[in-house]
Design a protein around this ligand. Structure first.
Ligand SMILES: C[S@@+](CC[C@H](N)C(=O)[O-])C[C@H]1O[C@@H](n2cnc3c(N)ncnc32)[C@H](O)[C@@H]1O
Length: 293
């Protein structure tokens, strides 16, 4: 049930310690980690590092701070993800801005970045990478940050998402990444890529309702892709060949039950060396293939 009333008629100007204690109880309804979330939200409102809360338990909140914190608690109690409330999420140790126009980058997506860096760890020449459906820019920015000599081309169909990704590139002071708006590969300004990577939408339309709890704040077009969830992967697999150089690699993230289907799609598109990679919990999350013309 949506909570619309503030928790107190007037915000209490309590100490940091009292505020955190009360917030922990209120947040325990929506999260398994209420103490951590309370600290993240209070540090955001006070604009301090989390360590300050620990060091200053007796400091009293001002009226404005107490009111702003109440608003954050209200939003979180209504299931809004914490990243949308604070406007940021860490990915590959980069602090990225996120808005309701972008997916919140997930920790499991770091597997794509790890796989690319491991595959090209012995590369002696700079690598040219395309990140399709970049959202907040997470994958492309992580690669551009780790490999300053590589060139990253990031695309998205959403102009609003690209504005966030460009802002993140500026905040991370990265000059080796550029952004293009359009439909998957067709947005790319050139071909001859060593790597094409994507975390595309891969939820089946039928499953959206069952997944929707907690995802309803995120853009549907970033998550849902046709009847079986694989429309975007089919399109990318088919079209990426024309943009890869010989022996170039295509990698996509997918649902943990979609590995076999994605390998089939890659095989039908003519890729070789096709295999799926498991995440830390042992689930197939990434499939890659190599293109030989
Ligand atoms: C699952 S999100 C991934 C975002 C980001 N790469 C990440 O990992 O956090 C999928 C992204 O694909 C974009 N997208 C959806 N349809 C697209 C299309 N036809 N062409 C390009 N991008 C598309 C969405 O706007 C969204 O940003």
């Amino acid at each position: 049930m949506e909570v619309t009333q503030p928790f107190h008629a007037e915000p209490f100007m309590e100490t940091i310690e009292q505020t955190l204690l009360e917030a922990k109880t209120l947040l325990s309804v929506v999260t398994d980690n209420p103490a951590l979330e309370a600290r993240i939200l209070l540090a955001y409102v006070l604009d301090t590092p989390r360590s300050y809360l620990h060091a200053s338990p007796d400091v009293k909140l001002s009226y404005d701070q107490a009111r702003d914190f109440e608003n954050c608690l209200l939003r979180r109690r209504n299931n809004e993800p914490i990243a949308y409330i604070t406007g940021s999420r860490e990915f590959w140790s980069l602090n990225l801005s996120v808005t309701r126009d972008t997916l919140i980058p997930r920790p499991e997506t770091e597997l794509l970045v790890e796989t690319i860096l491991a595959t090209y760890r012995h590369a002696t020449t700079p690598i040219k990478v395309a990140d399709l459906g970049t959202g907040s820019g997470a994958i492309g920015l992580a690669i551009a940050h780790d490999k300053p000599t590589w060139q990253v081309y990031a695309t998205d169909v959403s102009d609003d998402a690209l504005q966030v990704a460009r802002k993140n590139a500026r905040q991370c002071a990265l000059a080796n990444i550029s952004f293009y708006q359009g439909n998957w590969c067709t947005a790319l300004p050139c071909n001859g890529f060593d790597v094409i990577v994507s975390n595309p939408p891969y939820i089946a339309e039928m499953e959206w309702e069952t997944y929707a709890e907690g995802l309803e704040f995120e853009p549907r077009d970033a998550l849902v892709s046709g009847l079986d969830g694989l429309d975007a992967i089919r399109t990318i697999s088919h079209s990426a060949k024309r943009y890869l150089k010989s022996a170039g690699v295509l990698l996509v993230e997918h649902g943990f039950l979609q590995g076999a289907q994605v390998r089939k799609i890659f095989a039908a598109s003519g890729y070789g060396q096709i295999h799926s990679i498991r995440d830390l919990s042992g689930q197939e999350r990434v499939t890659m293939g190599q293109y030989y013309p």
